[in-house]
Design a protein around this ligand. Structure first.
Ligand SMILES: Nc1ncnc2c1ncn2[C@@H]1O[C@H](COP(=O)(O)OP(=O)(O)OP(=O)(O)O)[C@@H](O)[C@H]1O
Ligand SMILES: [Mg+2]
Length: 306
């Protein structure tokens, strides 16, 4: 079994592929477990990914035209990228000894090519690098922030969005069709914060589009508990806070924040005074509650970047 460094080494590095690694990878299993989402949504995701590798090689595309693409959409910080990576691990783990590989595409590296070259770079990425990997074993490809690669062509003004990007979207669609025909053991996991900016023809090729929501009250409580339990491994007193009086009321104050913001808000609570920052075990439920209120008050109105 090769180690991670070797995996990156034996993969022919190409523009746009940020990282390649073999699956399963227990580190990604930890990530999957750390994202708190309704069990039924996680199960649906995993089942869809598994079905890709059981069905597509056996059933003709004229019966079910699967493309091997799952799209996760939702607000920033809701765990989409983490879920996608974790899903890669869990899928590979389900097919023991399957020789799976995870490739992570960096879309900005592709579209920042010199004018006129994006389409070619995109075509090469799919038809060479991804096809090569898919030809050598089951492959999962993370297409993060896919609106960059498959931008909605109907919304483009030629001034703001050069024709080059338009062609890049065309290239992605052509390549997805070609890869779907040839490689049944290939699965794309795409994410986007801006579903309205993703081209409709891309969305139409997705086998599943899943909305990843902001955490509800129960999920906020679980994320907070998980975060405090993690801190408790270093600072035992913090691990005991979920059992303290007023914890549930405090957790309810986190509703409205995304998962990333919840964890960052805990850090804000640890920084509620210089004394607590020096000795984090001093943090109280009241600090956690005040930090949540401050975090929500500090957020910009809907639609503005934080
Ligand atoms: N539902 C959740 N449960 C627990 N932790 C979460 C959740 N959502 C986000 N987080 C935390 O936020 C971090 C960032 O999540 P991630 O980068 O996967 O979000 P994202 O949806 O891809 O965000 P963006 O849209 O900004 O790229 C995670 O590492 C995790 O710690
Ligand atoms: Mg992300």
């Amino acid at each position: 079994m090769k180690n991670l460094a070797a995996v990156n080494d034996d993969f022919n590095p190409t523009k746009g592929i940020q990282r390649a690694r073999r699956l399963p990878d227990p580190e990604l299993g930890v990530l999957w477990d750390s994202i708190i989402l309704e069990d039924k949504l996680k199960e649906q995701l995993l089942s869809q990914a598994m079905l890709n590798f059981t069905l597509r090689g056996k059933v003709d595309r004229s019966v079910i035209p699967l493309h091997g693409v799952i799209l996760l959409v939702g607000p920033p910080g809701t765990g989409k990228t983490s879920l996608a990576r974790g899903l890669g691990h869990r899928t590979a783990e389900s097919f023991r000894g399957g020789g799976f590989r995870l490739l992570e595409v960096e879309p900005h590296a592709l579209t920042s090519s010199a004018m006129g070259k994006t389409q070619r770079t995109v075509s090469e990425l799919f038809s060479q690098s991804i096809a090569e990997a898919a030809g050598s074993g089951p492959t999962i490809v993370l297409l993060d922030e896919v609106e960059t690669l498959a931008a909605d062509r109907s919304k483009m003004s030629l001034e703001a969005n050069p024709i080059d990007i338009h062609r890049a979207t065309d290239a992605v669609l052509v390549q997805l069709d070609a890869l779907a025909e040839r490689y049944p053991d290939l699965l794309f996991l795409a994410t986007s914060n801006f579903p309205e900016a993703v081209d409709a023809a891309f969305t139409s090729r997705c086998d599943l589009v899943m909305q990843v929501p902001l955490p509800d009250r129960e999920a906020c409580r679980r994320i907070l508990r998980d975060c405090l339990a993690g801190l408790g491994r270093t600072y035992p007193a913090i691990g005991k806070l979920p059992a303290a009086a007023g914890f549930d009321r405090c957790a309810a104050e986190y509703v409205g924040l995304d998962g990333r913001a919840i964890r960052k808000t805990v850090a804000n609570a640890l920084a509620s005074s210089p004394q607590t920052a020096m000795n984090p075990e001093r943090v109280t439920v009241q600090d956690l509650l005040s930090a949540a209120r401050a975090a929500k008050a500090g957020r910009l109105p809907e639609g503005k970047a934080r």
